[in-house]
Each structure stands twice: as C-alpha cells, then as structure tokens.
Design a protein around this ligand. Structure first.
Ligand code: ADP
Ligand code: ASP
Ligand code: MG
Length: 406
C-alpha cells in the first residue's frame, strides 16, 4: 500500500477550524487508499509565545529547559489532530518524537536527527490508522528531549518519510507553494511548478523560510520527492526533486533575503602572518558562524579583513575579538549593523558569466550600495542596508523577469 507523509505547519493548524480542515485533507488521502503518517507543528504562534514566556521568567534559561518547554507546543497539536480525525470516523493515534522513534544528537535547540525507528508508526499504519507525530523534536541517547531548530518540523517530516519508506513527503503550508521570492513581500512573485533540490537548498539556506534547509538536504540524500502544498486550497503546489525540466533562458530562479546581518572589519598596522586563521579559529571555537569573508591586502595600505555574521552572534563575536586582541595582533575592530543579505539563485548561472554584473547594475540603478559580495556556482549574494532590502528584492525580481517564470 502506498504511504505518504503529510506535514502541517503552524498556520495550517492555528485553530479548531484549521485542525478540522487538516483532518479532512488527511481522511481524503486515506480514502484514496493511502497509509498516512502526519507530522505537525505547534499551533499558530505557540512556539514564539512559549519563548517569550520563558524570557520573562528566566532571560537566560538553559537550552535543555527551553527544549522541554517548546516541545509541548507540538504535543498539543498532535493530540488534537488525532482527536479530530477520530471524531470524523477514521482511526488515528498521536506520538511524541520519542514515541515515534526519532533519535537525535544531544545539541539542545539545534539537534540533528541520527536515526528514526519507524516500527511503532508502521504498526499503526499497518493496522489502518493514521499516525500523527509531533514535529521539531526528538530524544537523545540519554533520554533527553531535544528540538531541531526553528522551522524544524519540515525535517522531522522528511526523516519520518524516509524511515517508513513513503513515496513522497507533502509539506502543507500557508502559501500556494514555492515562489520565485517571498510572495508576502513581492506581490509579483510567481509560483514555481518545480524546483531542484540544489536550488531549493540554496534558497532556504539564504533565507527563504518556506522550508527548513536540513529537510531538503535529507530529501536530496534519499531522493525523497518533496511537495510544498497549500493547506487552504486545492492547489497542486511545487515539487522539489533532483532533475527538473529546464525552461530556456532560466538563469535565475529565485531571490532570497535575510535581515539582521552585521559586518565586522578588523584592521592591522602591519602585514600579518597567520593571524587570519587565528581570527576565524577563535570565532569557530565559540561557535560563531561566519558567512562572507573579504580580505584586502594592498601594498602601502593597512591590511584588513571584513566578515559578516548574524546579529544573534554579534555580542559573542565582539567579545571573542576583545578577549583575544593581543594574541590576534590587530589594531582596531569596527562594525556595521542594520545590514541584510539579498541573493539570487539559479543553476543556469554556471554557464552565464554576466549574471553578477547584471545584478550589480540593477542595484546601482536602484541606488542601493553594495557592502559585500559572495558567489558560488548557483548563487550571488550581496550585503546591503536593511532599509533598502525590499527595494533590492523588487529590483532583482524585475531585472531577471521572474514574474514570467512558471
Ligand atoms: P509553516 O508554519 O507552514 O512551516 P513557514 O512560515 O515556516 O510556514 O513558511 C511559509 C512562509 O514562507 C510563507 O508564509 C512565506 O511568507 C515564506 N516564504 C519565504 N520565501 C518564500 C518562497 N520563496 N516561496 C514561498 N514562501 C516563502
Ligand atoms: N514550532 C516550531 C517553530 O515554530 C517548529 C516548526 O514549526 O517547524 O519553529
Ligand atoms: Mg516552517
């Protein structure tokens, strides 16, 4: 019998009415002759609310306690949805992460799934019931409850799909599918019929919040077809898979963006030996994620290195630099906050050398200053002022005629 995983995000289970709607969609699949495992997020803004509640009680609570708290959100949804399905006359049973055999490493708040033992879920499916599983959570080998990072229910869904050998993993959400950019920001964004794992992974890593990046990685590694579908309409959504039919002239397929970027610049008096490695080793030891790095060494000029990080790592990064100032041998460290990263993504870029130039030109015409640049085979990213982020996204969307993509 064909098996599928259906995952419902927070907005799609935000209230009783939407839980009922999700239950009906699930029962439809059962009536189509499929065995269905469901993965759910916490209702609406529950996770945010729990986090702010914790912040009021202890601003610096341990990640273990936060995981304990946040995982309750998904548990509420799973039980309510199982009840909604049974109320409609079908069989269903809810499972927490550990009950569903989702085993992770021990990194609280950002754990990785190491193994899924699908036995219990399979038992329910084989008995003709729907298994409703809490997303976002697992258990480590010590029996501690962990979470997978914000948006992590997508990853739970793919991991379960792989474990139970589902034919596909359908991610039901609050938009019609994957668009050329966030449709809530750019009205002209077009919905894509399909997109490759690699392009989707790049978009997600560069800020497109529609899918958790690790979900795409997992799906690609196991060749699990992923579908992003609307929970509120009958739309067909977007298929994410290995090979997609290339339309002609499709060089750029999407624009992603991300706020809260900080640029740090370290200046030296004299040319330095080996200290570039020292800087990034010191930052890495404190788990500061460095993104773009630009180094300038020119004769007669002060050597300097700039790098970008997320705002959340800013205080830690500055303190690492300060504590190690003598050992790192730099003269001065400067920073600039209020920055954003805007990226264009498309696998057609590899063979089209003019793309970056077109991007820079479009931004110049829009009067948007570029602070940093980074490129790979399938993307170009620029760091710009946050105040001009939406304008930049609109300009690039237009420059590459993304409103015409289907
Ligand atoms: P869920 O709660 O269902 O997991 P998310 O909020 O995590 O939903 O993801 C859906 C949101 O992702 C959309 O509401 C949309 O604003 C945002 N988004 C960002 N980039 C894109 C994109 N390229 N295509 C579609 N949605 C996007
Ligand atoms: N509820 C979690 C969050 O809000 C996980 C998820 O929705 O995927 O991040
Ligand atoms: Mg999500």
């Amino acid at each position: 019998m064909e098996r599928v995983v259906m995952k419902f995000g927070g907005t799609s289970v935000a209230n009783e009415e939407r839980i009922e709607k999700a239950a009906s969609l699930i029962i439809e699949e059962v009536q189509n002759g499929k065995q269905v495992a469901v993965v759910v997020s916490a209702m609406g803004k529950t996770t945010d609310n729990l986090l702010s509640l914790a912040g009021e009680i202890h601003p610096d609570a341990t990640e273990r306690e936060l995981d304990m708290l946040l995982t309750t959100g998904e548990q509420v949804t799973a039980s309510l949805l199982a009840m909604a399905i049974t109320a409609k006359g079908a069989a269903a049973k809810s499972f927490t992460g550990w009950q569903a055999g989702i085993q992770t490493d021990s990194l609280h708040s950002n754990a990785r799934i190491e193994n899924v033992d699908g036995n219990k879920v399979n038992e329910t499916l084989n008995a003709g019931g729907v298994a409703v599983i809490t997303g976002f959570q697992g258990i480590d080998t010590e029996g501690e409850i962990t979470t997978l990072g914000r948006g992590g229910s997508d990853t739970s869904a793919v991991a379960v799909a792989i474990a139970i050998e589902a034919s596909s993993c359908d991610i039901y959400t609050d938009v019609e599918g994957v668009y050329t950019t966030d449709p809530r920001v750019i009205e002209e964004a077009s919905k894509l019929t399909e997109i490759s794992y690699d392009e989707m992974l790049e978009l997600a890593n560069l800020g497109a919040g529609v899918l958790h990046p690790r979900a795409i990685e997992f799906a690609k590694n196991h060749q699990m077809p992923l579908r992003v579908k609307p929970a509120h309409t009958a739309g067909q959504g977007t298929i994410i898979k290995e090979e997609i039919e290339m339309e002609t002239n499709l060089i750029v397929r999407g624009v992603a963006f991300e706020e809260d970027i900080v640029r740090i610049t370290i200046m030296y008096d004299t040319p330095y030996n080996g200290s570039l490695a020292n800087v990034f080793t010191a930052l890495a030891e404190e788990h500061v994620n460095v993104d773009i790095i630009v180094q300038t060494i020119m004769e007669g000029e002060q050597p300097s290195v700039s790098f970008s990080i997320k705002n959340e790592d800013f205080a830690k990064a500055m303190s690492v630099l300060e504590v190690n100032k003598e050992h790192l041998g730099y003269k001065r460290a400067d920073f600039e906050v209020g920055l954003a990263k805007v990226s264009i993504v498309g696998s057609g870029m590899v063979s089209n050398p003019g793309v970056a130039a077109n991007m820079f030109d479009a931004l110049r015409i829009a009067g948007i200053p570029i602070k940093m640049v980074s490129t790979s085979e399938i993307k170009v990213s620029v760091v710009i002022p946050t105040t001009q982020m939406n304008e930049a996204v609109a300009a690039l969307h237009k420059e590459f005629a993304l409103e015409q993509i289907r």
